[in-house]
Design a protein around this ligand. Structure first.
Ligand SMILES: Nc1nc2c(ncn2[C@@H]2O[C@H](COP(=O)(O)OP(=O)(O)O)[C@@H](O)[C@H]2O)c(=O)[nH]1
Ligand SMILES: [Mg+2]
Length: 227
């Protein structure tokens, strides 16, 4: 199984190096860090740790992930599985093995690392983030009969499933779009518990009022859009 990793990053010079360093290299072929207009040393740090660094000029989490996918699909052979990981060192990359297990055994094509099921360091998630995840997963339960407990960024998906769902969102709707489209296409999903700790550096999304409002709005409208 060829596994490649995509890390969208925006000004994460103090975190991205640690993320790349902690990825179990035995499990992974390429690590692609997508630098989204960082004004700090994000690209340099990531390259020093051995990642392939590409740039995306359109600002947005989804835009960066799409760039990462386009980059990987040019590799020969293409990856069997793509793992997504945040650049802020909140996730524990060393848990990648358990994230990949349901795909390896053939029981799922999309695996979400659930912070709701895993161990969360106190203060790692903001109250508005916990509430937002509760509301979003609740809505997915009602509208899609889905059993997700989180919209966690640490996730693994097969290239085949990625191709089928044709991801589009260029910003905050990215994570939930992947989940609802997978459900719609009847692709098998699974969740595994993952740990979560306080990020390094400053939050760009749920740490700001504007970011929280925009992310919340986009997430909810995306859930209704594909229902
Ligand atoms: N590519 C890209 N990544 C972003 C952007 N904003 C945040 N990120 C990345 O997305 C991840 C989550 O952002 P973060 O600020 O931690 O949001 P939070 O977890 O909701 O507080 C981090 O890896 C950030 O570097 C952006 O505009 N573009
Ligand atoms: Mg974060």
């Amino acid at each position: 199984m060829i596994v490649d990793v995509i890390i969208p990053a925006f000004n994460e010079e103090n975190a991205v190096g640690l993320v790349v360093k902690d990825i179990p290299k035995k499990l992974v072929r390429n690590i692609v860090v997508v630098d989204n207009n960082s004004s700090d040393r994000t690209a340099e740090v990531a390259r020093t740790e051995g990642a392939v660094v590409v740039r995306e000029h359109h600002q947005g989490y989804g835009a960066a992930c799409l760039k990462g996918i386009a980059t990987l699909m040019d590799f020969s052979p293409r990856p069997d599985v793509v793992v997504f990981l945040d650049a802020d060192y909140s996730d524990h990359p060393e848990e990648m093995g358990s994230l990949l297990a349901p795909i390896e055994s053939g029981s799922a094509e999309l695996v979400i690392g659930s912070r709701a099921l895993g161990k969360r360091e106190k203060g790692a998630m903001m109250p508005q983030q916990i509430f937002g995840n509760w509301l979003a997963t609740r809505l997915m339960r009602v509208l899609y009969r889905a059993k997700f407990t989180d919209l966690g960024p640490f996730r693994a998906i097969t290239s085949t499933a990625l191709e089928t769902i044709e991801m589009k969102d260029r910003d905050f709707g990215w994570t939930v779009e992947m989940q609802v489209k997978t459900l719609k296409k009847n692709i098998a999903v699974a969740e595994v518990p993952v740990s979560y700790r306080k990020r390094r550096g400053v939050s760009k999304i749920t740490g700001t009022i504007q970011g929280t409002a925009m992310a919340g709005y986009k997430i909810i409208t995306t859930i209704f859009k594909y229902a």
